[in-house]
Design a protein around this ligand. Structure first.
Ligand SMILES: Cc1ncc(C[n+]2csc(CCOP(=O)(O)OP(=O)(O)O)c2C)c(N)n1
Length: 629
């Protein structure tokens, strides 16, 4: 890790195999970025991991995880108004949270420049949808640069930063999961650090910065002018390029990952189509595209997710009365998932059946990878919580999940959390479910990072409007699901030790009463507390806390002389009741062929939270089994 930090600060040019997310950080360093903000979300957290490898006192820019994406956007914007080149990054759905601020950015004269890095997630690998954020770019008149590979991430970020600074406008760099996580050798350039000018340069004369009534119109005109300038840039920039295969019959207009998949698939094609690969995908370069259309009889638009390019290009062709046959998604049903080579081959076969040779039947049949449902880690405090909470609830109760590791409670054997929307939505949805409802109790769940991110307004609403529901805060001290980033109640921020903002204190400050609080490993106590909490008429809160055991164990393993402990089953006592497997559900336990239970030594962390779940005490206390392998 230290080596990565040193690499990111090298002054002379060098080449290295890196992930897209790491290439981005080097680009930030070279571009002179001064302020970077974020809220964690896949596929972007490794950007922060790479930043964290640079020692704080040598980091050329300030970085923070903010409480949510909207705040992160505002912090980056504020810094840019003082003249600092700034960047905010977050995942696809983060843009929904940031949107109320984000959609105004293009109206503003952002004197330092500001790059918005989006981690879109075709295939919904780690998101609740696979939204295509080009829509929000259109809506907000913000240009989109879309790299296809780590090398392009590096080049495109620098180009976006340059443009953003020059035009004093926001520019999006849209990454997708594959591009963030792919690895490639990237040729990095020179870094000549300059002493930063940190004079706070905010000046109303650079504005207006108040988009109200008639002031909004000149501001919008500015955004549209800027967009036109970027469109013109797109006509000549190297970010948009033609791969000429001398084929006047067929062309493909594409971008991002689909471009790489296309190159891969076309290796087998005897006669390759020409390719126009767009790097600036919004706004599109009209002349370049019209010329490309004119030069081909048929043009396939190859784009992942929605048909933004297709719509724009068909409009262009219509206006120009072009005869070229344009084939897009309206002629093909593939609107979902990542455009991997397999998928692109399928799309191309349907478009031009003679383009590719018949697929070879592989000698060995390809066996599908068995599906592995997500599950909570061994020792997870959320498991103990669900085990205990289930015993306090009835089948009639309505349970509402939120986003985080605790979402996994929806699966058997717990089946708790019957609906889910997005971060922070549980308390509001629960409030709605409680209206006119005198027979079914409503219990909602919220992780601690989510509490600060978008949970608080729902909590305040429940209090203010006197809703009848119980909130269970699943407090594990960290933002676990995205890789253990600190939050306001962790006692650390990205850079320093900081005062904790305890959730209990926040709730007390709001006047929540009653508040119950217990460690989730005290399962009986938690069951009793939840029974009391749901019996309260009105809004009640249970704080069900236990540190994230994945984080805890990782830290413990780094200590010298760490000894691994594990539980075991006393086979002479075990009566094959199987509560440990069927009701507690720790993956450590497996049923043998003889119906006995055994411990998986690769999984057990010896936390002992399972011991109390065996009605006949057949699980033995954890014993030292030696240093971890
Ligand atoms: C708007 C938005 N931003 C970020 C994410 C990514 N995300 C998914 S789960 C999660 C962590 C939630 O942490 P916490 O509430 O503490 O629950 P834990 O995973 O620790 O149990 C985050 C940030 C998201 N899904 N939506």
């Amino acid at each position: 890790m230290k080596l990565m930090g040193e690499m990111l600060l090298r002054k002379e040019p060098f080449g290295e195999i890196v992930m897209g997310n790491t290439a981005l950080v080097r680009a930030m360093v070279e571009a002179g970025t001064r302020v970077v903000t974020s809220y964690p979300g896949s596929p972007t957290p490794e950007i922060a991991t790479a930043i964290g490898t640079i020692p704080k006192d040598r980091r050329p820019f300030y970085f923070q995880f903010s409480t949510n994406e909207k705040v992160a956007t505002e912090v980056a914007y504020g810094a840019a108004l003082n003249g600092h080149l700034s960047t905010v990054f977050f995942k696809s759905v983060g843009l929904n949270v940031a949107a109320d601020t984000f959609v105004q950015l293009s109206l503003m004269n952002i004197i330092g420049g500001m790059v918005v890095v989006l981690g879109d997630d075709p295939g919904a690998n780690s998101s609740q949808n696979e939204q295509d954020n080009r829509h929000l770019a259109h809506l907000s008149y913000t240009p989109v640069f879309e790299p296809a590979s780590p090398a392009e991430v590096y080049l495109f970020y620098k180009a976006a930063a340059r443009l953003s600074r020059e035009k004093q406008m926001p520019v999006i760099v849209r990454l997708t999961t594959h591009v963030c996580h792919a690895k490639e050798r990237v040729a990095f350039g020179l870094w000549s650090p300059k002493a930063p000018d940190d004079t706070p340069r905010f000046d109303v004369a650079n504005g207006p910065y108040i988009p109200l009534t008639e002031l909004t119109f000149p501001m919008k005109a500015r955004a549209l002018r800027n967009l036109e300038a970027v469109r013109n840039l797109g006509e000549t920039t190297e970010l948009n390029r033609i791969v000429d295969n001398a084929n006047p019959a067929r062309g493909v207009i594409t971008m991002g990952l689909p471009f790489l998949s296309l190159l891969d698939v076309l290796q087998a094609a005897p006669r390759k189509p020409d390719i126009l690969k767009l790097g600036i995908v919004y706004p599109i370069p009209r002349k370049l595209i019209i010329d490309f259309l004119k030069a081909h009889e048929q043009v396939k638009i190859l784009e992942e997710l929605d048909n933004e390019l297709e719509k724009e290009i068909k409009l262009l062709a219509y206006d120009q009365a072009l005869k070229t046959r344009i084939i897009g998604k309206l002629d093909d049903e593939d609107w979902m998932g990542e455009y991997t080579p397999d998928k692109v081959a399928g799309v191309l076969r349907r478009t031009w059946p003679d383009l590719l040779p018949e697929p070879q039947a592989s000698a060995a049949p390809i066996r599908a990878v068995p599906s592995r449902p997500a599950q909570m880690c061994p020792g997870c405090g959320h498991r103990s919580a669900f085990h205990a909470i289930k015993q306090a609830l009835s089948d009639a109760d309505i349970t509402v999940a939120d986003i985080g590791c605790h979402t996994l409670g929806y699966m058997p054997p717990y089946n708790i959390g019957q609906l889910l929307m997005c971060m922070g939505a549980s308390t509001g949805m629960g409030a709605g479910l409680s209206l006119f409802n005198t027979t079914r109790r409503v219990v909602v769940f919220l992780g601690d990072s989510t509490f600060f991110h978008a949970g608080l307004p729902g909590v305040i609403n429940a209090l203010f409007n006197k809703h009848n529901l119980t909130l269970i805060v699943m407090e594990n001290g960290t933002t676990a699901m995205t890789g253990h980033q600190d939050h306001a109640a962790s006692g650390r921020n990205f850079n320093d030790v900081t005062e904790k903002i305890p959730i209990r204190r926040v709730l007390e400050g709001l006047g929540v009463e009653p508040i119950f609080e217990i460690d989730t490993y005290q399962q009986k106590g938690l069951t009793e507390m939840v029974k009391k909490a749901v019996a309260v008429e009105g809004f009640s809160v249970v704080i069900a806390r236990h540190p994230c055991m994945l984080k805890f164990t990782r830290q413990a393993r780094k200590k010298p002389n760490y000894q691994l402990r594990q539980v075991d089953i006393d086979q002479s006592r075990c009566q094959r009741i199987h509560d440990c497997v069927a009701r507690f559900g720790c993956p450590t336990f497996t049923r043998n062929e003889d119906d006995g239970v055994q411990i998986n030594p690769d999984l057990c962390i010896g936390d002992g939270s399972c011991i109390q779940t065996c009605p006949i005490q057949a699980i033995e206390m954890p014993k030292i089994v030696g240093p971890p392998s």
